[in-house]
Design a protein around this ligand. Structure first.
Ligand code: FES
Length: 171
């Protein structure tokens, strides 16, 4: 077992195999695997932690700072976790025409999710809520549409947002 696996023994074999497969696609310059590995990590864990940066660096035989530079350069890589409740607002045409951009701002304001932690991804100070845009959620006839974690909400209005937030805050 190399040192990379000893840092995070809880990583499952499937994840490690996927990482190895990515690295094998860059035989000449392992460094080029940094971004795909960052994406892989984010896909599995929701964001790239310090632990993730160090694991990738060890795998690629790089200094952590080299991976960190790439992670901070690309806005689609999130270096902080999303909220406990993750609002994903569709911004594709039907939803945009039905007011999803205004809804997005409304959610942001009402969750106090003003801290940008990724490209158009906002997190509330208490870590409870995050808000981000997504592309078409395949319910265009009921625009505007959003997800909260895994649950889809259609025909969303500001009033509905208020009701939902009141419920979530009671939990
Ligand atoms: S455009 Fe929003 S669900 Fe399709």
């Amino acid at each position: 077992m190399n040192t990379a696996e000893t840092v995070l023994p809880h990583l499952d074999q499937g994840f490690i195999d996927e990482a190895e497969k990515i690295i094998s696609q860059y035989p000449v310059s392992k460094r080029s695997a940094s971004l795909p590995l960052l994406h892989l990590w984010q896909k599995h864990f929701g964001y790239v932690s310090r632990e993730g940066v160090e694991w990738i660096a060890q795998k690629l035989e790089l200094e952590p700072i080299a991976v960190e530079e790439i992670a901070t350069f690309y806005p689609m890589i999130r270096l902080r976790p999303l909220g406990k409740y993750q609002f994903k607002v569709c911004r594709t045409l039907s939803c945009a025409l039905a007011g999803s951009y205004q809804l997005f701002d409304y959610i942001k304001q009402n969750c106090n999710a003003l801290q940008e932690v990724g490209h158009h991804v906002y997190l509330s100070e208490d870590g409870q809520f995050s808000v981000e845009f997504v592309e078409c959620l395949a319910a265009c006839g009921n625009a505007p549409v959003m997800m909260i974690n895994e649950e889809e909400w259609m025909d969303v209005t500001k009033e509905k947002i208020q009701e939902i937030l009141a419920q979530l805050r009671k939990k």
